[in-house]
Write a protein that binds this ligand. Structure first.
Ligand SMILES: Nc1ncnc2c1ncn2[C@@H]1O[C@H](COP(=O)(O)OP(=O)(O)OP(=O)(O)O)[C@@H](O)[C@H]1O
Length: 305
């Protein structure tokens, strides 16, 4: 079943910006990453999913309901962590949780929030106005899962969390996903977190989807990245024929770095009789693929202009 389905979804703000003709499907039980640079349209898409803003055109289905107008019952089935949370400054963290639990009609003691509060080492007795950014974020995470939603929508969830807490948060998401089947849709700039967590990922840029694929597809499609250091010194790209394999091969600090598509065999043959000092062959990371994808669309669009 599709938990989110967008067809030609468009939001145009007065300045002409927003998102344009998004076709997107998130399936039940997926952890789905939504990545793109600043201003790409991630928050705009998320706000439409949450019925906070209305699309200009196109269709959007969330948990089987076609979004048109207000759907309060549907909201209860969704957990949302906005990129910036606004909270009553004079409440303690615990009071904020109790308040939200009452609004959702759930018993806080039975909800998963208190257990996770402990794991996130979150101080629930302090007043919200005294909270650090990390503590505010933790409260936001707890508020989003308190009512055990079927769909969790997170807008840049880990910004402000230190690396240890980020790991704890990833574990928490995986657990919710595995034990309760929670579908997770989250936006981020942090590509390593997408690599670690996601089944599939959509890349958005300037309001348009650039790519939707599994993390494996994105990294595998990139062929191989090769770093070679030869015994002879200096730039040997031309002399050793590396530019024939990759016209954009780079030479920096004694290392030759190039990318190949399907020609691994040919590359190994070419390197076999070159005196090597070091060789590293690996799949590109999502980050490297992501940058390639961007460059390609930029080049294409540059060419069209
Ligand atoms: N309320 C608004 N009025 C006018 N333009 C807006 C509004 N909100 C967003 N935009 C514009 O729409 C585009 C998409 O913005 P959006 O906030 O969705 O991007 P984002 O991918 O979430 O960026 P970031 O990573 O910086 O949060 C941007 O060009 C932004 O300036």
């Amino acid at each position: 079943m599709s938990v989110i389905q967008a067809r030609q979804l468009t939001k145009r703000y007065g300045n002409g910006k927003g998102v344009q003709s998004l076709d997107l499907e998130v399936r039940e039980g997926e952890i789905f990453g939504f990545i793109g640079p600043n201003g790409a349209g991630k928050s705009t898409t998320i706000r439409m999913l949450l019925q906070l803003i209305a699309p200009t055109s196109g269709e959007l289905f969330v948990l089987g309901t076609r979004i048109a107008g207000d759907h309060p019952k549907l909201r209860r089935r969704i957990g949302y962590l906005p990129s910036e949370i606004r909270l009553y400054p004079d409440m303690t963290g615990k009071q904020a949780l109790e308040f939200a639990a009452a609004a959702h009609g759930v018993d806080l003691a039975r909800s998963p929030a208190l257990k996770y509060a402990e794991r996130l080492q979150w101080d629930m007795k302090a007043k919200i106005k005294s909270y650090s950014l990390g503590n505010r974020k933790k409260l936001g995470i707890l508020l989003s899962i308190l009512h055990e939603p079927e769909l969790l929508v997170l807008d840049e969830p880990t910004s402000g969390l230190d690396p240890l807490m980020q790991q704890e948060f990833y574990a928490l998401l995986r657990e919710l996903n595995e034990t309760r089947g929670t579908t997770v849709f989250f936006s981020t700039h942090v590509l390593t977190e997408v690599e670690k967590l996601c089944d599939r990922v959509a890349i958005i840029r300037e309001g348009k989807l650039v790519n939707v694929a599994t993390v494996e597809e994105i990294t595998a499609k990139g062929g191989h990245r090769i770093e070679a250091k030869f015994q002879a010194e200096g730039d040997l790209r031309e002399a050793y024929g590396l530019l024939r394999l990759d016209p954009e091969a780079q030479f920096s600090q004694g290392h030759h770095v190039f990318h190949i598509g399907e020609s691994l065999q040919e590359t190994l043959k070419l390197l076999a009789d070159k005196p090597l000092a070091d060789l590293n062959i690996r799949r590109p990371t999502l980050e490297e693929r992501f940058m390639d994808e961007y460059r390609k669309t930029e080049d294409r669009e540059g060419g069209e202009r």
